[in-house]
Design a protein around this ligand. Structure first.
Ligand SMILES: Nc1ncnc2c1ncn2[C@@H]1O[C@H](COP(=O)(O)OP(=O)(O)OP(=O)(O)O)[C@@H](O)[C@H]1O
Ligand SMILES: [Mg+2]
Length: 397
């Protein structure tokens, strides 16, 4: 394991236990989730804890900085200390060496080179009976035999818990811990506690976003941060310089995933910004369809956006309701204006190319869906924490 691998996690007992359990039977386990949800942190902690069970230990290969897919296999070989063999490809050499080793290989951040990671994993697992692979990615590798574990955000403090004196809540613990690294005197008073609970809820319990918000208290009080989170992209901008570039601001975290999308997926994601409170497939189809994005494609595109952790689909009795994470990303006025301008342009275009009856139907259904979406209030319930003095709970490596 590289020395730079993180050595502790706040909370996450249940997830660590589930992952450790799954790893005992799955030759390939992939931790999937939205950017910044804590996949790398959980994988590194799991590997550190489990390395004693593998005769040749646990090895973590950081792939985020590999931009050329052809560089993946050589990078894995380099991290494992496997030397090139004349006349053999890097893959053949790796297969030959790992065939006789019992180890845990962590492929960290596969999303931007997912195809080559999938091929590599399949090839190695087929040749190496005692190899176990733990991958992290915003999207599953899609290999036969892969077990996918969806990493959830931190749970919110429920109203009941929040009124108790000693709330156990990982999101709040992380905020307090990060705030204290920048400002050791940072105090959790009943007032700041209530604002921090609100901040964590507005950020959907997303660890990276919480960490970025916690970098603010030196200049901004928690109540101020909470008030300004209507536009999280402008507030969550002060990550540590030591963090990877994609994790220094919330915008960079989103950009990283956005750049990996195919063009129609990008187009749909932009258009979906008109929805404030989540949306159904029907609403997305009514509102986002035009000559560029025919209605028949919307279902597949929505599923792709879910697969790539850019949307969350919550199954309800009648339909699935989609939203982004954090949900506040829908709320920015700029997003809304963007979406409305697009919508106006789309209707104008439709009026040129379709007959009047179809246009009227489209206008009515889109209008109904849009107003329903704009009026829908999916804001997470805000709990008020009553804890005055709490210490973050850490799981140490
Ligand atoms: N349980 C945790 N305890 C402490 N810090 C955490 C925890 N989970 C996440 N973090 C912090 O949140 C940030 C994002 O975590 P991490 O890098 O593991 O996310 P990720 O899902 O791998 O993101 P990406 O998709 O960008 O690689 C990191 O800075 C990490 O320090
Ligand atoms: Mg990661």
């Amino acid at each position: 394991m590289p020395a730079s691998a993180p050595t502790y996690v706040v909370g996450r007992r249940e997830q660590l236990a589930d992952i450790a359990h799954a790893l005992q039977t799955a030759p390939l386990l992939t931790l999937v989730g939205v950017g910044g949800v804590g996949k790398t942190r959980l994988a590194a902690r799991t590997a550190t804890a489990a390395r004693g069970r593998y005769a040749h230990g646990a090895w973590l290969v950081e792939l985020a900085r590999i931009t050329d897919p052809a560089g993946v296999t050589p990078e894995v070989a380099r991290a494992l200390g496997v030397r090139e063999r004349p006349g053999s490809s890097p893959l053949e050499t790796l297969r030959a060496v790992l065939r006789h080793r019992q180890l845990l290989l962590v492929l960290d951040n596969c999303e931007h080179v997912v195809t080559v990671c999938a091929e590599l994993a399949a090839s190695l697992l087929q040749a190496c009976p005692d190899l176990c692979i733990l991958a992290t990615s915003r999207e599953a590798l899609g290999v036969a035999g892969e077990t996918v574990y969806h990493v959830p955000p931190f749970p919110m403090a429920s109203t009941q818990e929040a009124t108790a004196d000693l709330v156990e809540n990982d999101a709040i613990d992380l905020f307090v811990e990060r705030a204290r690294t920048l400002e050791p005197a940072f105090e959790l008073t009943p007032q700041t506690s209530s604002s921090i609970t609100r901040i964590c809820a507005l950020l959907d319990g997303l660890p990276l976003a919480i960490e970025l918000a916690a970098a603010r208290p030196t200049a901004m009080s928690p109540p101020e941060i909470a008030r300004r989170l209507d536009n999280p992209l402008s507030v969550l901008t002060m990550g540590p310089r030591s963090a990877p570039a994609r994790q220094q601001t919330l915008r960079a975290a989103i950009d990283w995933s956005y750049q990996l999308l195919a063009e129609p997926e990008q187009t749909l994601l932009r258009r979906l910004a008109v929805f404030r409170g989540g949306f159904t497939r029907g609403a997305a189809t009514s509102v986002c369809t035009d000559v560029e994005l025919p209605g028949g494609q919307i279902d597949d595109l929505l599923d792709r956006l879910v697969a790539q952790s850019l949307l969350v689909g919550v199954k309800q009795p009648e339909h699935t309701r989609f939203h982004r994470r954090p949900r506040r990303l829908h709320g920015g006025t700029l997003f809304l204006l963007n979406g409305l301008i697009w919508l106006a342009a789309a209707f104008w275009l439709q009026s040129v190319v379709t007959d009047p009856l179809r246009l009227l139907l489209l206008f009515m259904s889109a209008g109904a869906s849009l107003s329903a979406a704009l009026l829908a209030n999916d804001s997470p319930g805000l709990a008020v924490a009553g804890a005055a003095r709490r210490r973050p709970h850490r799981t140490r490596g």
